[in-house]
Write a protein of this length. Structure first.
Lengths: 78, 254, 355
């Protein structure tokens, strides 16, 4: 459990599974995903989640458009 | 900053049970992966995984059965509806679905889909239309748009030589054996949910013994179209769906 | 208690299949076998079976593929042009190791040909009409009783080798009527479901049935496994009939209706002092090469007679290995040689040899 999470949700992107297609980046309403500067084992720049303000609702839009089930979406409850 | 002890993370959305862990071998941004996941979500929600059989096509998704946690086979090119017919007629208690591309279904397989639809076979057909033959390198398909350049229409599809794009749901909607018929896209999060709902109804058409259920999903083929995934997805929205109107053509499932 | 009935060949084959436990039939009308399709349409619904007339023979073979995947006994019947359409599906089924029974009631060809009996599909049946390294086990009846008996065992053979099996008949066998005795009904409920079928991944890992492997080394393994099965079939399944061969100085080789006609020729020839015998292959694949080679060492020549331009004769030549002369006589296009016609040909060759 990430105690640094400020908001109500967050996502985990499997960095090896991601093919850097960019569909999630294109669709996030709060622009919380960006391409990593690193390469993964497939040679792609995978998508990276970065939410310093805790804006992720979570809406699940990224999950919906991801073609590789590389994204798992979490809700913070309590 | 919330009180850390009282907070808990729960999984909201994750890979469905009906998908295996195998990484998809599709190109980055290929919409196959999205539709595979939606089909798996529907199979999970309808609780039919243990009695579902998949008939994969010849095309990029020839290995589709590797990605689904169900029994599967691969049919000769275009023949999946006939294979599914044999399965379903011999074992009506199983849920049988085919997953086919536009070359598979709308070129070589037109006879098989028309007659399966006409007979009202209790099967579900997931039809992925990406306007080209993806697996073999992006050749013209029956669904290629007029003027669209492909490797076998390098100067653009010319209706005088190649005829017009084929509209499958428009053709099949008059067949009384069809119980659910829709065309959707997965080009934005809202459309993704529409597609999922359509897929669910296409399975219910079979489960409720109503007739054939088919969903055509206009899908991006970034590699075949020579575009990046985001551009290709936009093309589906802005160009592809102008030729192929989305909507529900037949719905006896309600 | 089995009954003796006067039946048409096509219908006899259908009834025999039902007695063998086949409850699924998919077919398409084509002369000279449409009565088999019609018979199954009448019979199967009455016994809880499944009949479907498909839109084409292409669809038919793929429906067989599907039924076989889910573990049920299934058959179809067609004639030469329709059988051509099934080759793709048969190739897929052989590689995927799916059992099913096919019946080809041969007619004159190539092309649309005509509707008279012929034997022009031998190559297609035995050398692989579809693409790739596979075989069909081919059973060639000569009488209606034999058609009944071979159909009855064909399902067991198909399941034993997990391979498509072909009953290769011709329009004569299909259309004639003879008294036959039907075997007892197999209890369908007692048929064991194989452990490789697709019937839902309930409490087990998913199963795959495929004819595709992207890795050539894997595909090679699969094909070598098929070859091993075919080798076993060659060891165990060869069938033929010896007819008056013990003192034969000359030998006929023929199958199906042609062999039946030759039995008359053999008797007529012997009345004229020509000691000719007949070897009648019953399995065309696996072909009884060894038996023919044995006979080759004892006879002045072997005369292969077919209702074609000569297809089985090539296997006879392979069998004989040059040990004696192999001659051929045949009529293609649906023409049936008369016994007298063949007798004249035999006498001509005998005269040549005796000179």
């Amino acid at each position: 459990m990430k105690t640094t999470v400020k908001g109500r949700g967050y996502i985990e992107i499997d960095q090896q599974r991601c093919k850097g297609c960019g569909l999630c980046i294109n669709v996030c309403p709060h622009e919380l995903i960006k391409f990593s500067t690193k390469f993964n084992s497939k040679g792609y720049h995978p998508a990276e989640f970065d939410d310093p303000e805790g804006l992720c609702p979570p809406c699940g839009f990224c999950y919906r458009v991801c073609p590789d089930t590389a994204i798992t979406v979490f809700r913070i409850v309590g | 900053m919330k009180n850390a002890e009282k907070l808990k993370a729960v999984v909201f959305l994750k890979r469905p049970e009906s998908l295996t862990d195998k990484e998809f071998t599709y190109c980055p941004g290929c919409h196959h992966g999205i539709v595979h996941r939606l089909v798996a979500e529907v199979i999970d929600e309808l609780k039919i995984r243990e009695r579902t059989i998949l008939v994969a096509p010849v095309g990029c998704s020839v290995f589709a059965y590797e990605f689904f946690n169900v029994d599967g086979t691969v049919a000769p090119h275009g023949r999946a509806p006939a294979v599914a017919t044999g399965m379903k007629r011999a074992r009506p208690d199983l849920v049988v679905f085919t997953y086919q591309g536009d070359g598979d279904l709308a070129a070589i397989g037109t006879s098989e889909i028309i007659h399966a639809a006409n007979r009202g076979e209790r099967i579900t057909v997931i039809f992925i239309n990406n306007a080209v033959y993806g697996m073999t390198g992006g050749q013209m398909a029956p669904t290629t748009l007029i003027g669209m350049k492909t490797t076998t229409s390098p100067y653009g599809r010319d209706e005088k030589r190649d005829g017009y794009p084929i509209h499958i749901p428009e053709m099949l909607k008059e067949f009384k054996g069809v119980a659910f018929l829709a065309r959707t896209t997965v080009s934005d999060p809202v459309e993704v949910i529409r597609t999922k709902n359509a897929i669910k109804k296409a399975f219910l058409a079979q489960i409720n013994d109503l007739g054939l259920g088919l969903v055509e999903v206009l899908s991006a083929c970034p590699t075949g179209w020579g575009m990046d995934p985001v551009e290709a997805t936009r093309w589906v929205k802005e160009v592809f769906s102008k030729e192929y109107k989305t909507g529900v053509f037949v719905d006896k499932v309600k | 208690m089995s009954e003796k009935l006067m039946v048409k060949g096509t219908e006899a084959i259908g009834e025999s299949a039902i007695r063998a436990g086949c409850r699924h039939y998919f077919g398409y009308p084509i002369t000279p076998q449409s009565e088999l399709t019609e018979y199954m349409a009448r019979r199967l619904p009455k016994i809880g079976g499944v009949f479907l007339q498909a839109e084409s023979e292409v669809a038919v073979v793929n429906m067989l593929y599907g039924v076989s995947c889910v573990g049920k006994r299934v058959m179809t019947s067609t004639s030469s042009p329709g059988f051509s359409l099934m080759q793709e599906g048969i190739s897929y089924m052989a590689c995927a190791e799916l059992p099913a029974v096919f019946v080809n009631v041969m007619r004159g060809g190539p092309g649309l040909g005509d509707i008279q009996p012929a034997q022009g599909d031998y190559f297609q049946a035995t050398k692989g009409g579809g693409h790739g390294d596979y075989r069909m086990i081919v059973l060639a009846p000569s009488t209606l009783q034999e058609a009944v008996d071979l159909t009855y065992i064909s399902f067991d053979i198909a399941e034993k080798y997990r391979n498509p099996v072909l009953i290769l008949a011709d329009g004569m066998i299909g259309q004639m009527m003879e008294p036959v005795e039907f075997p007892e009904f197999v209890d369908v409920e007692k048929l064991k479901e194989p452990d490789w079928i697709l019937n839902g991944a309930d409490g087990r890992d998913p199963r795959r049935i495929t004819s595709f492997d992207i890795d050539p080394h894997n595909l090679e393994k699969i094909i070598l496994h098929l070859m091993e099965k075919y080798r076993k079939a060659e060891e165990n399944e060869k069938r033929w009939e010896d007819f008056m061969v013990d003192d034969a100085e000359y030998l006929f080789v023929a199958y199906g209706t042609m062999a039946r006609i030759l039995k008359t020729v053999v008797k007529l020839a012997r009345k004229e002092g020509i000691k000719v015998g007949l070897i009648r292959p019953i399995t065309l694949w696996p072909f009884p090469y060894e038996r023919i080679e044995e006979m080759a060492e004892r006879v002045g020549f072997i005369l292969a007679v077919e209702m074609s331009t000569g297809q089985m004769v090539e296997d006879v030549r392979l069998a004989v290995k040059g040990k004696t002369e192999v001659l051929f006589y045949g009529r293609p296009g649906g023409v049936i040689p008369s016994p007298f016609e063949v007798l004249e040909v035999l006498k001509k060759y005998v005269k040549k040899v005796r000179v």
